[in-house]
Design a protein around this ligand. Sequence first.
Ligand SMILES: NC(=O)c1ccc[n+]([C@@H]2O[C@H](COP(=O)([O-])OP(=O)(O)OC[C@H]3O[C@@H](n4cnc5c(N)ncnc54)[C@H](OP(=O)(O)O)[C@@H]3O)[C@@H](O)[C@H]2O)c1
Length: 264
Amino acid sequence: MFRSLHIVITGGATGLGYAIAEALAGQGARLTLLSRKAEKLQFAAQELRRRHPNVDIEVRPLDVSDPIAACKVIDEIARHRGGIDALFNNAGVMLEGRFEDLTPDDFAAVITTNFFGAVNVARAVLPHLRASGGRLVNIASVAGLTGTFGFTAYGSAKHALVGFTDCLYYEMLGEGVKVHLVCPAEFETPMVAELDSYRTPENLRHTNAIPRTALDTVVADILKGLRKEQYLIIPGAYTRLVVRALQLFPNTMRRIGARLVRKH
Ligand SMILES: NC(=O)c1ccc[n+]([C@@H]2O[C@H](COP(=O)([O-])OP(=O)(O)OC[C@H]3O[C@@H](n4cnc5c(N)ncnc54)[C@H](OP(=O)(O)O)[C@@H]3O)[C@@H](O)[C@H]2O)c1
């Protein structure tokens, strides 16, 4: 499905972005990885070349929170690489804490990267995806579908991203651009390792009501969902069950969540 296609991945140097890059490299895709830190990108590219000697990979530093830089970099990449067939809007940051302990700057930083960052890159890439008949894959979270203790900033950004993606899906129907929304529960990455070092016990308990999904499963289920042309992709069988329960029995699920949080 991805052979010879040019795929751009934001936040592609580590975690889920890197794991998607690795899987797509194995399928013969051409890759461009973006994130803020040049050394992390170089390291990721070296690692991918070591594992997949024939991979066609380039990296470019980009801070997705800068809308002008996003347009400039995406246009340059499209010109240089002969178009863009898919974009994984994956860059993100995490910040957990009680709302009243977060400063306005903390809160704004999470929204700026996780929501406006995805919007900036979507705006930049859509003309190129329209030209290629390509696809936009927005990586949100289960935290964008339900409330979570300690996630007022992160959850707000992901809820906004879910709403944005739902609306964009309809706008792109007549434009030949496929839009996908991915909502994973927690899985092991550098982001979660850092979160584990400071998170509140209530948040740990609440989020771990859904056991962590293996990163390999997250990647495999995303690619399977794309192959099946699914709009909403929920990686992991248990997570899919919980999301179904959230949709069908919101009041019962809220009571279960409240019980978990009260216990702690
Ligand atoms: N891990 C989970 O449990 C989980 C669950 C649900 C959803 N997600 C979502 O999955 C996505 C990937 O997360 P991950 O767990 O793989 O975390 P990760 O390993 O920390 O990766 C996040 C990547 O985003 C990049 N990034 C951060 N801010 C950026 C910015 N302003 N501009 C460009 N790149 C930026 C980082 O690189 P630089 O520092 O070099 O910029 C990093 O490579 C995120 O959107 C996250 O919210 C994760």
